[in-house]
Structure formats: C-alpha cells, structure tokens
Design a protein around this ligand. Structure first.
Ligand code: NAD
Ligand code: UD1
Length: 338
C-alpha cells in the first residue's frame, strides 16, 4: 500500500517512515528540508534494508502535489510537514499560518481532486490549552494561546468542516503529548537547528557539554515538586501509533481525535533525575522564572487510542532517556559532520 508522508525527513516523520517500511508499506516522502536533512532518510533505509522515494519540495506547491498524486497510487497521506516552534510562531505568525494552515489546505485540495481521502494529521496536546482537570480526554474543550497552537486548532477545524462537506473522508487527528527519545539504534533522532526549546534535547546537550546548565522554568507550580509536569512519550511508540491509525482509517470514515500519550506525568526534576540515574551523566540546573505561556501540568488519558487503535505506549521513561542519550552521544552534531 502506497503512503505519502509529508515532512517525513523530520524527527517524528523519520521514525514513522521506519515503522511504515517495516510494516511493508511503500513510502514516498515530500519534505522541503527546512528543518531536516536527507541524511535521516538515508539512515532509515540503511536500518530497514528497504528503499523509499524522496521528493524535495513544498506542500504549498500545488503543481508538484498534483504531479505526485498523478504519478502514484497513494492510499493515505501522513501529514507532518509544518513549523513547530512556539516562540518563533509569536515572532513570525504569518509564516506559521502560511506553512501550516495554507500548506494543509493546499494538500487537502490536491488530495480531494485526486480522490485520496485518508489523512493522518499531526496535531498536538497544545489544542487543549490549559486544561481544567487531568487526565485529558479527547472531548475536553479546545483553545489556543499562541500562533503555533492556533494553527493546529484551525487545521483541526478545517478538517472537521471538510468531513462535514464530504463524508467520504477518514481523518485522524493525532494529538501528541511530549515526544522524546530516539530509535534504539542511535542512528536517527531529534536534531534541533539552534539551541533547543524543548526539555529533553536541552538536557542531552547540557550532558554532552554543548550547553552549560539547564534552566528549570519555574519551581513554584502546584505540582509534586513545584516544576512542570508533562506526559513524555517515546518517539518510537508515537510512530507506531501512526501505523495503527492508518490501519484504523480503512473502513472508518469520520474525523477521529486520538490522544497519543503514556498517561503518566513526570516533572522536570524527575526527568533530570531519570536521565542522571540511567546515563550516569550529571545535568547541572538552576531553577529560574516560569516560561511565559507554560502550564503547570498536562497528561493524557490514552484510553480511546488503546481501544480504537489497539495501541498503547510500551516504552518506559528509562528507555526514553537512554535512547535520547545514545542518539546524542553517537551524533554530537546531529546529522551534520560528527
Ligand atoms: P520537524 O521539524 O522535525 O519535522 C517537520 C518536517 O516538515 C521537517 O522535516 C521540515 O523540513 C518539513 N517541512 C516544514 N514545512 C514544510 C513545507 N512547507 N513543505 C514541506 N516540508 C516542510 O518536527 P517534528 O517534531 O517531527 O514534528 C512533526 C509534526 O508534529 C509537526 O507538524 C509538529 O507541529 C507536530 N508536533 C510535534 C511535536 C513535538 O514535540 N515534536 C508535538 C506535537 C505536534
Ligand atoms: C512545548 C510547546 C507545545 C508543543 C510541545 C511539543 C511551549 C510553551 N509549548 O510544550 O506547544 O506542542 O513543546 O513541541 O513551548 N522546561 C524547562 N527548561 C527548558 C525547557 C523546558 O524547565 O529548557 C520545562 C517546561 O517548562 C515544561 C517541560 O520542561 O514544564 C517541558 O517543556 P517542553 O519540552 O518545551 O514542552 P512543552 O512546554 O510541554
């Protein structure tokens, strides 16, 4: 079965391509490499011993999309392509709406015209805003507090409108919690362009000596130890969730939101301690002011994905930190020259 993967050279996309190839799918990746390197896909092919097709291009290029759909017989599209940095989205909201919202509309128009109506979309737990209670189920109210989050919410709304207009569509809204870790081979992983915004890559870069110390954003949250609590999920578990979603969409029309999380919350200090104990690397840290826009705690109720997708996260917190560290220590400069 042929699958188009937009943004497939990126962090979650490359891990998902690996799972798709291993599951026997034929994979075509469309990526403009704005935040990734083709090296990730070379390694995916090396790891699986299978080949995929890579097309360098942009989801906003309608002529290119039309040609791709005409030349292939895609069954489904897995759509990762987009910009994802919250802070940057506040500085350049138009670029975020252009890439994420316009790009997705363009992709859906090409899909509609080609008669391909199965889509797996990368949404985010950010669409729940600051939840009134925990754990979060898919029927919680949705809101956005920054342009990145709003782009995800707008896309979800567009996809709901699309299904209302044409009930032939099967759409998965995969709401990721906090993806971390790397493939256990240590050959593919997260390769942030600049100083990382997210906790896990920041921790690994402190441990390897690229950054001096971790700033823990806030020590006075109403949580177990005062630091922020999140639902960290191993990127391989998350990727397997995409394969299950594709399977489920065959024969299940509709717009289906699924939380992809573990269902446990860990604090920042628990993450630092898990990293130290698993890798024996020290991570000097200092508690500083809260980061604007952060919430105290966020974790999933993943029951709907468990029952409907027959999926649940299998990997432990120790697996997450160990695999993140293996990737970082084997590839101190990511996909650049080591
Ligand atoms: P990533 O930046 O590693 O991957 C995104 C990929 O899309 C990159 O390879 C980039 O080059 C490509 N891309 C961007 N704009 C494009 C365009 N216009 N045309 C073609 N390709 C384009 O990010 P990721 O962490 O792998 O995230 C994948 C998706 O999951 C994103 O949509 C992101 O918003 C979403 N998401 C990520 C997280 C997370 O913590 N990583 C959490 C929730 C949701
Ligand atoms: C962030 C985004 C969210 C996005 C998600 C996945 C913000 C406000 N939110 O979520 O929209 O969907 O990434 O890409 O950016 N922390 C530190 N020090 C650091 C980095 C993080 O203490 O240097 C803390 C944070 O305060 C938080 C936890 O670690 O409590 C996790 O942070 P992070 O990895 O950035 O993810 P989120 O904030 O959950």
């Amino acid at each position: 079965m042929d699958i188009l993967v937009t943004g497939g050279a990126g962090y979650i996309g490359s891990h998902t391509c690996l799972e798709l190839l291993q599951a026997g799918y034929k994979v075509t990746v469309l990526d403009n490499l704005s935040n990734s390197s083709e090296e990730s896909l070379r390694r995916v092919q090396e790891l699986t011993g299978k080949t995929l097709t890579f097309v360098k291009g942009d989801i906003r290029d309608r002529a290119l999309l039309d040609k791709l759909f005409a030349d292939n017989d895609f069954n489904s599209v897995v759509h990762f392509a987009g910009l994802k940095a919250v802070g940057e989205s506040c500085q350049m909201p138009l670029e975020y709406y252009d890439n994420n919202v316009y790009g997705t509309v363009n992709l859906c128009m090409a899909m509609r015209d080609a008669g391909v109506k199965r889509l797996v979309f990368s949404s985010s737990a950010t669409v729940y805003g600051d939840p009134a209670s925990l754990p979060i189920t898919e029927d919680f109210p949705l809101s956005a507090t920054n342009p990145y989050g709003r782009s995800k919410l707008i896309i979800e709304d567009i996809l709901r409108d699309l299904f209302a207009s044409d009930e032939e569509w099967s759409i998965a809204l995969l709401r990721y919690f906090n993806p971390v870790g790397a493939h256990e081979s240590g050959m593919i992983g997260e390769d942030p362009n600049d100083i990382p915004n997210n906790l896990m890559p920041y921790i690994t870069q402190v441990a390897i000596g690229k950054l001096q110390q971790l700033s823990v954003f806030g020590g006075d949250y109403p949580t177990k130890d005062g630091t922020g609590v999140r639902d960290y999920i191993h990127v391989v578990d998350l990727s397997i969730g995409h394969v299950r979603a594709i399977e489920r969409l065959q024969g299940h029309k509709g717009v289906h939101p699924w939380n992809l999380g573990v269902g446990n919350g860990y604090s920042v200090l628990e993450m630092v301690e898990a990293f130290r104990s698993e890798t024996e690397q020290q991570v000097p840290y200092k508690i500083v002011d809260r980061r604007s826009g952060d919430i105290a705690a966020c974790y999933a109720n993943p029951e709907k994905a468990r029952t409907e997708l027959n999926w649940q996260a299998e990997r432990t917190l120790d697996d997450m930190v160990r695999d993140a560290w293996r990737w970082q220590s084997n590839n101190p400069n990511g996909y650049g020259h080591n």
